[in-house]
Design a protein around this ligand. Structure first.
Ligand code: AMP
Length: 209
């Protein structure tokens, strides 16, 4: 079983994908995170992708396909795809090479997305994520787990956020047009709480199994 999860930044797609992968024992393929790991490790791919990521632009397809292919090589395991595809060309590549059972869209108003992303923080040491609105650390600015300093990701700063949201809005409709009639698409209201969204998501997935 392979599922695509889509949603504007801040809709909670990463959180939901991670929970689903844990519950079902699936592989969570998170493209943004894979790119960030490559950048932190200073690999060749990381160096090639960095300029696009820090300015909130999409990384060119030739680099993205490379990293996606590498991440999905492990055969026979169900996957939840988070952050891929993001363009019709990527969707076309996906349907040509993989079978996709469901596309989940987490629906969220743009104003709410901006508010949620502005509240995101990450530990500069272990990478753990926080949100000063919904998932506060016990001590302000400090990671609960490793004591590292919490920072705002470079692309979560206002200019980067707006650019990424604009790109998402532009691409999402094109992607959905492409998937229409080829794959089942289900929308979930992402203004709900994490647990409510998750129970709807699991219900949808269970209807397929
Ligand atoms: P995210 O954490 O999902 O918001 O992704 C962070 C950044 O990684 C994006 O703003 C892009 O620069 C890059 N990225 C992630 N997924 C893709 C993709 N499918 N295609 C191109 N660039 C991507």
């Amino acid at each position: 079983m392979n599922i695509v999860i889509m949603g504007v930044q801040g809709s909670g797609k990463g959180t939901q994908a991670k929970k689903l992968a844990e519950l079902k024992g699936w592989k969570h393929v998170n493209l943004g995170q894979l790119f960030r790991i490559e950048m932190t490790e200073g690999t060749d791919t990381g160096k090639r992708a960095k300029q696009y990521i820090t300015s909130g632009e999409l990384v060119p397809d030739e680099i993205t396909f490379e990293i996606f292919k590498h991440a999905t090589e492990e055969a026979g395991r169900s996957m939840i795809l988070d952050g891929f595809p993001r363009t019709p060309a990527q969707a076309e590549y996906l349907l040509k090479h993989y079978s996709i059972d469901l596309v989940i869209v987490l629906d969220l108003k743009e104003s709410e997305a901006v508010e949620r992303i502005s509240a995101r923080r990450n530990c500069s040491s272990c990478g753990r994520d926080y949100n000063v609105l919904f998932k506060k650390p016990q001590k302000e600015g400090i990671c609960d787990v490793c004591g590292g300093t919490l920072v705002t990701r470079a692309d979560d700063k206002p200019q980067g956020v707006q650019r990424r949201i604009d790109i998402y809005q532009e691409q999402a409709n094109k992607l959905l047009d492409f998937f229409q009639g080829k794959v089942k698409i289900t929308k979930i209201d992402a203004s709900q709480g994490i647990n409510e969204i998750f129970s709807e998501l699991v219900k949808e997935v269970d209807t397929l199994q």
